[in-house]
Design a protein around this ligand. Structure first.
Ligand code: NDP
Ligand code: OXD
Length: 315
């Protein structure tokens, strides 16, 4: 029974953690696969496309990421259960990220920071949280945790998902036919969607134009975009154009069309943009190892796997 760890980073760390948890499990680290027939399980993060296809006895793929878009892009991905990572610590970190950036822009911190650097003591009007509508795109594990984190501040919460939902304290919208209505009721938009063919490029200029512009004075100076889902959801150039045109007031971006973000991207230096290096919700190697070992044991014992990806849906 052999586990292959095929991760573009932290592979040795994962291996050390798994060894401690299950010393009987043989571990190989890609590209040192050995006899491919031995490998029953794979723990992966951005494995080379085609690699998993070369493992004829593979029974389970555990994704180090909560998002599995890059795995599903591999047309040769074996049709065995694919389990994505879901974890309380990761979820809490995403909720923190979203709450932090909603508060940051609501409280106009990029402007206060600029004033501070110029040693200017100046009051800027700030609306009450109860007057701001935060629209969350994606109401899964992470989006719903972000909503719970925002609730105590008193924001008006709006949510958008694929299937209709009822969530206490939130007005929920679902499907493409309700997207415009959702945007029209949103001042700060936080995207925590998976990247699928349906969501690719969704955060574009025409969508920004549909976000409520009610936020303009005396409320927020304009709509805010937060993207902590995937870079492929957004069109970087459209964000820059919308900021320049005043269609967006500010943005916090954790993910980009191309990562790392190119040194010459205007997003780095835009005064109303916060750039973070895809670290909204970092997952800990020990939690990942525990999770992977649990899934492997479950499979061996004929138990239920957790968080199995629905391939046709793409998440
Ligand atoms: P879930 O699968 O739990 O939730 C996904 C949500 O997106 C669901 O509510 C789903 O709707 C909704 N959704 C999917 N497709 C559409 C669509 N076409 N239209 C409307 N809604 C849609 O995922 P998680 O919450 O665990 O994670 C979300 C994403 O966050 C991951 O896929 C990953 O890309 C990203 N991520 C980013 C991290 C970072 O550090 N920046 C860290 C971890 C994850 P429904 O409920 O109806 O199915
Ligand atoms: C993930 C990520 O999908 O870190 O888990 O982006």
């Amino acid at each position: 029974m052999t586990l292959l760890i095929a991760c573009s980073s932290r592979a040795e760390q994962f291996a050390a953690e798994v060894r401690e948890l299950d010393p009987d499990l043989e571990i190989r680290i890609a590209p040192n696969i050995g006899n491919a027939q031995d490998i029953r399980y794979a723990l992966v993060w951005q494995p080379p496309p085609g690699l998993l296809h070369t493992l004829p006895a593979l029974q389970l793929i555990v994704s180090v990421g909560a998002g599995v878009d890059s795995l599903l892009d591999d047309q040769t991905l074996p049709v065995v259960p694919l389990v994505r990572f879901v974890d309380a610590d990761l979820t809490a970190r995403m909720a923190e990220y979203v709450a932090l950036h909603v508060l940051f822009h609501h409280r106009r911190m990029s402007e206060f920071r600029e004033l501070q650097l110029r040693r200017v003591w100046k009051y800027l009007p700030e609306p009450a949280a109860r007057d701001i509508r935060v629209g969350i795109m994606g109401l899964g594990v992470l989006g719903s945790a972000a909503a719970r984190a925002l609730q105590p501040f008193g924001y008006q919460l709006r949510g958008w998902s694929r299937m209709a939902k009822t969530i206490e304290g939130m007005t929920c919208f679902a499907g493409n036919h309700q997207l415009d209505a959702f945007l029209a009721e949103t001042d700060i938009l936080a995207a925590i969607l998976p990247l699928t063919p349906q969501t690719r490029g969704l955060l574009n200029r025409s969508l920004f134009a549909k976000i409520s512009q009610r936020g303009r004075s005396p409320l927020l100076p304009g709509p805010v975009l937060i993207n902590a889902g995937r870079g492929g959801l957004q069109v970087d150039a459209d964000i820059i154009a919308a900021l320049s045109a005043g269609e967006l007031y500010a943005a916090s971006l954790d993910v980009f069309e191309t990562e790392p973000l190119a040194p010459n991207s205007p997003l780095w230096s835009h005064p109303r943009v916060v750039v973070t290096p895809h670290n909204a919700a970092e997952s800990s190697p020990s939690a990942i190892a525990r999770y992977a070992v649990r899934q492997i044991r479950s499979l061996r014992q004929g138990g239920r796997l957790e968080n199995v990806v629905h391939r046709a849906r793409g998440y």
